[in-house]
Design a protein around this ligand. Structure first.
Ligand SMILES: Nc1ncnc2c1ncn2[C@@H]1O[C@H](COP(=O)(O)OP(=O)(O)OP(=O)(O)O)[C@@H](O)[C@H]1O
Length: 326
């Protein structure tokens, strides 16, 4: 059984479809990023996953219990299995850092001594052991988000849902908060589902990505799959066609080892293939695998040239063709 199973979720507001037939699973310890433009349905999906909103149809199974139809009293208990981290932290300004973190434990009626012990552990975990008695107004944005994360972890949730957790933070602080979330995932084995509109956040934190557009999942895969496709879209000529015409140039994606990049690779390939190659873009998304994707334009294309390319690169794939004057 997966930790979270979402099946054919639909949510509309009046005639406006916010989520259409959304299905996906999240395993224990996974980190899933959900991206999409403004209005794509990210917040609506997160509200459904957190039990704050109910879909018109579909199932949301958390540890096997369907949040979509659970009676309110049972849903309140199930919601304790979910920690929420918000963009604007949502701290209580009149409570100290420690009292903010303790809040979910008070609600769950955890005895005082146990509460104090747990709050100290959590503040230690998020690097705020020295700030327990401070008030939110005395903290930086990054520190406030650390309090938010500690509070979300207080009741030992099975699932952490992050709603644009770093969108209000500067790049350096974003980096530190993402590192903290990655640590928490690794050390506690906690499952994280997060929404963001920042590609970089996805690249750093997600193992799997869903792309939402107009309430539908339009792509899913690893960050490398998704970001590659997006980067390609951005650089490919608009007049790309799928069939060659007289004298058209081929646009080819070559996958080469990072090692091979050290040599004057294109020159060598040009000699081997007897064809002119122009480098359009290097896609760095697969560096961790020791591979680099290059997008090149090739004048003319013969089977023998493709064979020669394939022999010298790890893979060569024709993406499309452009007219010779491009
Ligand atoms: N309470 C609501 N009442 C009416 N329409 C809503 C409501 N909540 C969301 N919608 C509509 O549902 C669609 C999806 O909105 P949602 O807020 O989920 O998108 P989003 O991807 O989170 O956007 P953003 O990044 O701007 O927050 C939009 O068309 C929005 O106007």
């Amino acid at each position: 059984m997966k930790l979270l199973e979402v099946e054919r979720l639909n949510r509309s507001f009046g005639g406006q479809v916010a989520l259409h037939d959304i299905s996906f699973n999240v395993g224990k310890g996974d980190r899933l990023g959900i991206i999409g433009r403004s209005g794509a349905g990210k917040s609506t999906l997160l509200r459904c996953l957190s039990g704050l909103d109910r879909p018109q149809s579909g199932r949301i199974l958390l540890e096997g219990e369907d949040m979509a139809v659970l009676p309110e009293a049972r849903l309140v208990l199930l919601r304790r299995r979910i920690g929420l981290v918000f963009q604007h932290f949502n701290l209580l300004t009149s409570r100290t850092v420690a009292a903010n973190v303790a809040l979910p434990l008070e609600i769950a009626r955890v005895p005082k001594a146990q509460r104090h012990k747990r709050v100290a552990e959590l503040l230690d975990l998020v690097g705020l052991a020295d700030h327990a008695g401070k008030y939110p107004a005395m903290l930086s944005g990054g520190q406030k988000q650390r309090v938010g994360i500690a509070r979300a972890l207080a009741a030992q949730p099975a699932l952490l849902l992050c709603d644009e957790a770093t969108s209000a933070l500067d790049p350096e602080t974003t980096e530190a908060i993402l590192a903290l979330l990655a640590d928490i995932n690794r050390v506690l084995g906690l499952t994280i589902v997060f929404i963001t509109h920042e590609m970089d956040v996805v690249r750093r934190l997600a193992q799997q990505v869903l792309v939402l557009e107009k309430g539908r999942i339009v792509a899913r895969g690893t960050p490398a799959d998704i970001l590659d496709a997006n980067q390609l879209d951005a650089i490919l000529p608009p007049n790309l066609s799928q069939t060659p015409h007289d004298g058209s140039h081929a646009i080819v994606r070559l996958t080469v080892t990072a090692q091979a990049m050290l040599a004057p690779l294109l020159q060598m390939l040009e000699q081997q293939c007897q064809a002119k190659l122009t480098l359009l873009q290097t896609l760095p998304a697969r560096e961790e695998e020791g591979l680099v994707d290059l997008v090149v334009q090739m004048d003319g294309l013969a089977v023998s040239t493709m064979n020669a390319l394939q022999a010298h690169a790890c893979a060569a794939e024709v993406i499309g063709y452009v007219p010779a004057y491009s």
